[in-house]
Design a protein around this ligand. Sequence first.
Ligand code: ADP
Length: 496
Amino acid sequence: MSKNQGEWKNTGAQSAPENKKKRYRRKRKSASIYFLLWTVFSAFAFLMLLLFGITQYVVTAQVFKGEAARDVGDKGQRIQKELSAPLPSTENFSIYVERLAHRYDVSVVLFNAEGDVLLPKPQEGDSAAITKKQANKLLQELSKREEDSVVYEGDGEYVYGAELKGIDGSVSYLYVAKSLGLFEAANESMGIRLLLASLFTFVLAFAVASAVSGWLTRPIAEITQKSRRLAEGDFDVDFHGNDYGEELASLADALNFARDELSKTDAMQKELIANVSHDFKTPLTMIKAYASMIKEISGANPEKREKHAQVIIDEADRLTALVTDVLDLSKMRSGLETIRKESVDISTAVEEILSRFEYLESEHGYILESHIERELYTVGNSVKLEQVLYNLIGNAVNYTGADKKVFVNLCKIDDTLFRFSVTDTGEGIAEDELSTIWDRYYRSSQAHKRPVKGTGLGLSIVKTVLQKHGFAFGVESRQGEGSTFYVDFPMEGENA
Ligand code: ADP
């Protein structure tokens, strides 16, 4: 057995922690905060720019085109009117049309029903001011709408068209156009500006992401490094997170709490091992000493031999009880043991346990008063629950005052619950110890003279058993006046 343990320790101590460390340090596949932030910032900026670009294009196009249509319509009408009026005598018609075009900042063309340009006269070698296609389109629009004048969007321009009737009855057509070139130029320059803005935003996203991720990951890296130290058993680490916002502050608080709990548990485990080994050693020393005494001195004296043998038996009993308790606790805590549940008559169990203490009343003057309601059943493990009741009554007897009084009570609270309580008149328990007595594992102060033998693990067993059952329990105590330990049992049929 001891050999096995030794072997396990050797292999475990050398390789397991190293393997674990390697496992934890393995490269993770998930992306870093820096990369995530950069992606999110860039995607956000890109979306915003896209949205801005689209709205800008659509709105500008609508406003500009609306304005261009109104403008060309307005100017076209005025030009039509001026052309219908008699010519200033000094002017030649062709120059007059050119002047109008210049004045209104539009192009003005007159063509006939065949689509041939009349004015401005195409110079030799030059192409006409408008193509036949443009002229035909105007004629088409005019006939389609059956109006005297039309405004429509042509190829890269807005066009006003109207029919002009000469005094001689001839018909010609007026073509007034305003180019959309300005809008397209503005649009192009806006595109370039948006592209530059996108580039700038990506660079900015890069800078902001690295600044923010640096700010965010610094405390996380610090916390990770400290957690590793904590895992290696350094309980002096202190986690800070206050400078980095509420979430990290509460993470640091939680880790500080975990550290305190771990260090308490660690101290308790060490204390447990020290005390249990001390308690194993004491009876073993006694057994050895008394066995030697029987061998060398009292062997021939039946009276002394009897006394010394009894000491050996008592000490062996103590050892057995201690081993049983330690095993029980570790089995329950490790979760290896499943608690078998059945219907338990707590009333009968309490009475039976009280009868085990009767010798204290007859031989040591203790007064155990009890008020027990009959037929109170719960569902649980009878052996473990009896152990709980025994430990609590035993403690009350051990720690009660000089009047040696103990009160045991079992009564219904309501239709779903009944309460077991045991009250003593002893020193009581200091307030700051009330929550820790359950976790103390073991307390070595054996100064108190105990009529009931305890292994020092009593309350730990009580807590573990009751938590496994899911039953509520607690203690109320006033220093100098005594303590009351209680357990609330769910009635059979009401168990969770
Ligand atoms: P033990 O009684 O063997 O020391 P327990 O686990 O049963 O171990 O109890 C743990 C500690 O809780 C005791 O050492 C004692 O200090 C305190 N305690 C338990 N029951 C009482 C009680 N009824 N009155 C005062 N202190 C108590």
